[in-house]
Design a protein around this ligand. Structure first.
Ligand code: GAP
Length: 512
């Protein structure tokens, strides 16, 4: 199966098992908007808990808030979003389809990279054991030609991005012969800027209405509440404010399922520091956040940092944590050193002092800020795509498996009476009652035990607990472990501790 096919299967799997549905599907859905189903919401909540507790419980100097989605319109002037939260757009005149000019160029660059990698693979096959990849990359004429072309386009692209040169974007597209995937033509319009914020009217009568925006990031709620939290919480610098909440962007290229949505959720933490110490904290948070990811056990090799060449107007350092999604390494989380840009601008525009008196240095300043920002939905996709597997069993049958990190799994244990009679369902209900206060459990008595195991594998349940006739005599049950399918006989009295040792979020947090 190609990665593209695998991704399609994953999307179908999400729908089939109640993880994710297209929004308002009975009306044919709404582009780039999705609903989380009965299992999706559990996984999403577990991801949020892992983040929230890692931030606010493990760090005494980080507290959480929940700010409103609507904010005073001046917020977005101060943050720079009204003036600069734009995407460069281009239309194909034949297909009437709209694209992000930067994405067209980036896709073109990825294709060159693919060509180089294919060439390397050809070399590997040809030379076998004696293949020296580095030497091949440095000497093979085809690779060198493609590399030179990549660098030339890439350099022009970075320069155009830095200068915000829309005409140059178009010229690169024309020079590279990039065609519309639909019409196949190069009949492009000029490139123009498009603001990504959704706006709506606030107030009901003519005089008191004003245009407000649905927040495009949760961070600004933290900045405008900074002084309230600092004073009421008696917070001393360095300290952080964390928040989880919805954000909205009118994305032009809304694709790849929940990777890029128009309504999504962010987990953001703004860490306020003394000016001049921000680089140290930036490095610190880079390391801290990577540890949080790797701790989930989804493979260290699936993450990498990508330092930004072009810095946003507010940042003096920025990096992405990229994850190996089915469509390649892509941004999962951003870590930005935002200087005093946000607090400084809010101070100017509101006329309210947002300074901190530092008793250690005996002076007042607008704090600098290091931000960590991750999309809940993107994290969800990372977890899900990494966990989805189709395995061939010894008997030749296949099983579909979600090997989710156990503390994130929506259902921790399934309680399954072997048959629907002889007192087994009643025994199983007692087991359910014993476990349900600690874990999200599912009771299932329908179909053969094999089918029920498959169903639980497909939704990622770490444990299946089977009650058989022997259970009535020895008060023991069979516990089947999801990934290994190993079965052990366990006394009912020991079930709680056994499940807890694997699924408890606290154990995951202790490893951080
Ligand atoms: N406050 C900084 C900020 O919002 P960003 O890089 O634009 O920075 C941070 O977004 C994270 O939010 C991204 O790394 C990604 O995980 C998530 N994100 C951004 N746009 C998204 C979208 N349209 N759909 C889903 N997640 C998105």
């Amino acid at each position: 199966m190609t990665q593209e096919e695998l991704f399609k299967v994953l999307v179908a799997h999400c729908k089939e098992y109640g993880y994710i549905f297209p929004s308002s599907e009975i009306y044919d859905g709404l582009a780039a908007v999705y609903d989380y189903g009965q299992l999706g919401v559990e996984l999403k909540n577990n991801i949020k808990q892992y983040w929230w507790q890692a931030m606010t419980r493990l760090n005494e100097n980080i507290v959480g808030i929940d700010a409103a989605i609507f904010m005073h319109p001046k917020t977005w002037v101060a943050s720079g979003h009204v003036a600069a939260f734009n995407d460069p757009l281009i239309d194909n005149k034949d297909s009437k389809k709209r694209y992000r000019a930067d994405v067209l160029i980036e896709d073109y660059l990825s294709k060159i990279e693919d060509k180089i990698n294919k060439e390397v693979e050809k070399g590997r096959k040809k030379f076998g054991e004696s293949f020296d990849e580095q030497k091949f990359r440095e000497t093979n004429p085809n690779v060198l030609r493609e590399k030179a072309h990549y660098e030339q386009v890439h350099n022009r692209y970075v320069a155009a991005e830095q200068a915000n040169d829309l005409a140059e974007y178009k010229q690169i597209i024309l020079d590279c012969g990039i065609v519309c995937p639909l019409s196949g033509t190069k009949n492009w319009t000029d490139v123009r800027q498009f603001n990504l914020m959704f706006s709506t009217q606030f107030g009901s009568t003519g005089d008191d209405t004003s245009t407000v925006y649905l927040r495009p990031e949760t961070a600004q709620g933290i900045f405008v509440d900074y002084i309230n939290v600092q004073k009421t919480g008696r917070m001393k610098i360095p300290f952080g404010i964390a928040q989880i909440g919805k954000a909205f962007r009118n994305e032009v290229v809304a694709r790849q399922f929940i990777f890029r949505m128009r309504e999504f959720e962010q987990m953001e933490m703004e860490f306020f520091v003394r000016p001049g110490t921000e680089m140290e904290w930036f490095r610190n948070w880079k390391e801290n956040r990577m540890k949080w990811h790797v701790n989930l056990g989804m493979g260290e090799e699936n993450y990498r940092f990508h330092d930004h060449e072009k810095l946003a107007h507010y940042a003096n350092a920025a990096t992405d944590i990229e994850f190996r999604f089915p469509f390649g390494f892509k941004e999962l989380e951003g870590i930005h050193s935002r200087t005093d840009f946000d607090l400084g601008n809010h101070q100017k525009l509101s006329g309210k002092k947002l300074q901190y008196f530092d008793p250690e240095t005996n002076d007042s300043y607008v704090p600098y800020c290091v931000e960590t920002s991750i999309g809940v939905d993107r994290m969800f996709l990372a977890v899900l795509s990494n966990s989805y597997k189709v395995e061939t069993l010894e008997n030749g049958e296949t099983r579909t498996l979600l090997s989710l990190p156990a503390p994130l799994a929506p259902v921790k244990a399934a309680v399954l009476p072997l048959v629907k009679k002889d007192g087994l369902p009643e025994f199983a209900q007692k087991v359910m009652n014993e476990l349900k206060y600690d874990f999200n459990c599912q009771y299932d008595e329908k179909d053969s035990i094999g089918k029920r195991y498959r169903r639980q594998d497909a939704i990622g349940t770490p444990f299946c607990i089977t009650i058989d006739h022997e259970s009535l005599n020895d008060n023991c049950v069979t516990v089947r472990e999801r990934d290994t399918m190993a079965q052990t006989r366990v006394p009912v009295a020991e079930l709680r501790a056994l499940i807890d040792s694997k699924v408890n979020l606290t154990n995951l947090l202790r490893n951080l």
